[in-house]
Write a protein of this length. Sequence first.
Length: 293
Amino acid sequence: MLRGIRSSEGVLDDLAGERKVRLIELGEFYSLLAKAKQESVANIIPALNELYDSSDVFNAQVRQKPIKPAKEPFLSITAGTTQDWLQKALTERDIYGGFANRWCYFYGLPKDPMPNPPKVDPEKRIKVVERLNEIRQWADGVPDGEITISSEAEALFERYYSQYYWRCQQPGLIPTLIVRVQDFIWKVALLYAADAMSKVISADHLELAIAVGGYLEAGVTEVFANFGQSQSKQKEMRIVEYVKSAGGLVPYRDVYRNLNLAAKELETTVEPLLRLGVLRNHYEGKKRMLQAT
């Protein structure tokens, strides 16, 4: 178990070797995204994306130092954050680039305050650890380490997938964010089978996993319901504040450079502000500038 991520090289170095399993616990999801925006460690997100779909042997490509290959690595990350912070930290590039849809989002409402939480019950903890060890020992004895899928489970997934597929084909943010729910369903079904010490994923295991998939889709819809609108409003406010603070005419080039916006992104965001009269275009020869009204 690792506390936080210092760099992608640190994570890859820790996974080097054979069948390394690592759980990274982040106190705040925002910290990962903030770190990824630093130029010196900007390769964190590409590395995590690649590890998600890694083959049996993962060869790290880093500049600082050679890192041994990782054979059958397994990496999982848990983190918490508020909906507001998540929307501020994630960009559309993170979503459409595939980083955001590699996560499971578990949405919950605040609970009653608990100023003095009780200690963990040691007996219950021991039972959980013992049960996990039983499953691990059983899994080590599964022939070729493979849990198969029953024909009934395959038929059940075909019925589920026919509807799920069309949900993913719709335009917009939410369909982009749910395209890996099918992956999560099979991973959860595998966990249900392992918990039952079954060498076969049955229809019962998959039915429970599909219910979890439905919850995950609902969670994405709840968390990102206003994401596009929120992001656009934030960009508009940043542009207006920047132009106002300049106290005069500001070249378009200065705006997108200083606010880290693509030229097309700036055009799209400025358009409604021009229509509303909040900003005004000004031309000096071929030079195009913005002015606050």
